[in-house]
Design a protein around this ligand. Structure first.
Ligand SMILES: O=C(O)CCC(=O)C(=O)O
Ligand SMILES: [Fe+2]
Length: 296
């Protein structure tokens, strides 16, 4: 069984055909999808005939699943599915999923259910391409840095400007405070590739003040969000996007007015990140064992 891939951009994204991901997949096919993911970082499958169960089964081919989220409830009866619903909130900030825990998911799947008539694209950035784009002195600096990731920060929207529903959601999101230190340059365990591992939950560089951290993080982040490193995916219903959460960031554009938009997210449990010297991430606060097993 071979799969067909068609690149969407030079640096990130491929559309996959020649495989029906609603059926159980043999090992060879899973290996081919994994190889394509290693190369393209984000894979799009069209016309998928999946329900919640099917999305979970597909994701399970890549490893044990996490539950929906460390603090946000799942869909009723589907403990591994996080509803991504425009009514509940909009992830219009650059991030890598759940990096505030010790072992963030290694991969995420998003399945489109309701898509607005315009807008609602998801941006996905290749953070390995960003690392390669750094001029050498900045690459050397990044190689030495560690960042503290947390779920408890203002997301660029201060508490006092939230309405009641938003305040309630934030309180739920931060009902357990997590803080984890990760290397700013993470080595991908399957490919050995180096990528910038920062994103919105990275709030502080170890050893620097908040103000100094912001400048360094913004500078590094500007390489991640270069248009050349970003896939802008315009959804149709019944698509599934699988992305490598170890070496990408993403952003859900809020450009569809009050039109409904709904996706379901299922994530695959990840390993503890390691930097270029092999040193592993360490937890500062917050236990995530109810959320995720640690992948080998
Ligand atoms: O809505 C999207 O396109 C992405 C949602 C997202 O980033 C998330 O649920 O973590
Ligand atoms: Fe996300």
């Amino acid at each position: 069984m071979t799969i067909d891939t068609r690149k969407v951009t030079a640096n990130i994204g491929a559309q996959v055909s020649g495989v029906d991901i609603a059926k159980p997949l043999d090992d060879e096919t899973v290996t081919a999808i994994r190889a394509a993911l290693n190369e393209h970082k984000a894979l799009v499958f069209d016309d998928v005939d999946l329900d919640d169960e099917g999305q979970q089964d597909f994701a399970r081919h890549f490893g044990p699943l996490t539950t929906a989220h460390p603090t946000v409830p799942s869909i009723d009866g589907a403990p591994n599915i996080l509803p991504v619903d425009s009514e509940r909130g909009r992830a219009n900030h650059w991030h890598t999923d759940v990096t505030f825990v010790l072992n963030p998911p290694q991969a995420s799947t998003l399945r489109s259910i309701v898509i607005p008539p315009y807008g609602g694209e998801t941006l996905i950035a290749n953070s390995a391409a960003a690392y390669r784009d750094l001029p050498e002195p900045l690459r050397h600096l990044a190689d030495t840095l560690w960042a503290v990731h947390t779920n408890d920060y203002d997301y660029a929207v201060p508490d006092e400007s939230l309405d009641e529903a938003q305040a309630e959601q934030r309180a739920q999101f931060t009902s357990i405070t997590y803080e984890t230190a990760h290397p700013v340059v993470r080595v991908h365990p399957l490919t050995g590739e180096r990528g910038l591992f920062i994103g919105g939950f990275a709030q502080r560089i170890v050893g620097l003040s908040t103000a100094e951290s912001r400048k360094i993080l913004d500078l590094l982040q500007s390489y991640v969000t270069r248009p050349e490193n970003v896939l802008r995916w315009r959804w149709s219903p019944n698509q599934l996007v699988l992305f490598d959460n170890r070496i990408t960031q993403h952003y859900a554009i809020d450009n569809y007015d009050d039109r409904p938009r709904r996706l379901n997210r299922v994530t695959v449990a990840g390993d503890v990140p390691a930097g270029i010297d092999g040193k592993q991430s360490y937890s500062i606060t917050g236990d995530a064992s109810h959320y995720t097993p640690v992948a080998a």
